[in-house]
Design a protein around this ligand. Structure first.
Ligand code: UDP
Length: 234
């Protein structure tokens, strides 16, 4: 499929128009950023790996009846997706406490969260993507009541599908970030699900298998992303 004009360029992806105004091409880059882009680097072939992992996970979610923007994998780095209008919120689901939650609340790293915890962050780089409450979301008119309720229901359903999927492949799904968008009045899952947007720990060894290796300079980045792809594809 022919790529049209560049509609948007983010930290890890580019979005291109297609001849069909209802569809876009998501192009996955090798660029990696952390701490609101204060730390930058590249991970060899990360774009290829994340496109393939996202494709596998979106297929799994579509089979489970969860609506996603995924249409088809076009090439190593390109995914055809429905053209959505993005909700300016990041929806984070957590099964264990780590990362910003531990810093904010002083919890013990790795603490089990049962039931899982859901948080919203306002997608606004200038403000460093702050945590927002549902009242903040109403105040800022980022989502209406129905959209809020649907995002929560879908996020927990996605956790219920992904957690056993990763477990069967020897990985603990610690937490993950989702983005939703509207496609012709329907709220659907958009963006990507990959080791850039999830935390995954090896069940046996506890080894970190995600972007925290980049954030914390733990090394073996390429091998780790390839390992997750291998396990997800098995
Ligand atoms: N996350 C993400 N993009 C962001 C912030 C977080 O994909 O801009 C993911 C992150 O990889 C993790 C989850 O959301 O899986 C929760 O991240 P957290 O709030 O702990 O943030 P961090 O400690 O990474 O700043």
């Amino acid at each position: 499929m022919e790529r049209g004009s560049l509609l948007y360029e983010g930290k890890a992806k580019k979005v291109f128009a297609t001849p069909n105004p209802d569809q876009v091409i998501q192009y996955f880059k090798d660029d990696a950023t952390a701490f609101n882009a204060q730390k930058r680097g590249t991970i060899f072939e990360k774009g290829i790996v994340n496109n393939k992992i996202s494709t596998r996970l979106f297929e799994l979610l579509n089979e489970a009846g969860i609506p996603t923007h995924f249409v088809e994998e076009l090439s190593d780095r390109e995914m055809l997706a429905k053209h959505v209008s993005i909700v300016l919120l990041e929806v984070v689901v957590r099964n264990r406490a780590t990362g910003s939650l531990v810093k904010r609340l002083g919890l013990e790293d790795g603490m089990v969260l049962d039931p899982p915890l859901l948080e919203f962050f306002y997608k606004k780089d200038e403000l460093n993507d702050p945590l927002v409450t549902e009242d903040h979301i109403r105040l800022l008119k980022l989502a209406d009541e129905s959209c809020l309720a649907q995002m929560k229901t879908l996020a927990f359903k996605i956790n219920d599908v992904l957690t056993p999927f990763f477990k069967s492949r020897g990985m603990l799904l610690v937490d993950f970030k989702l983005e939703f968008g509207f496609y012709k009045d329907q709220l659907i899952l958009a963006d990507e699900i990959s080791p850039d947007t999830c935390r995954l720990w090896d069940i046996k060894s506890g080894e970190i298998l995600d972007k925290d290796r980049f954030r914390k300079d733990l090394g073996r980045l390429e091998e780790t992303y390839q390992e997750v792809l291998k396990r997800v594809s098995a």
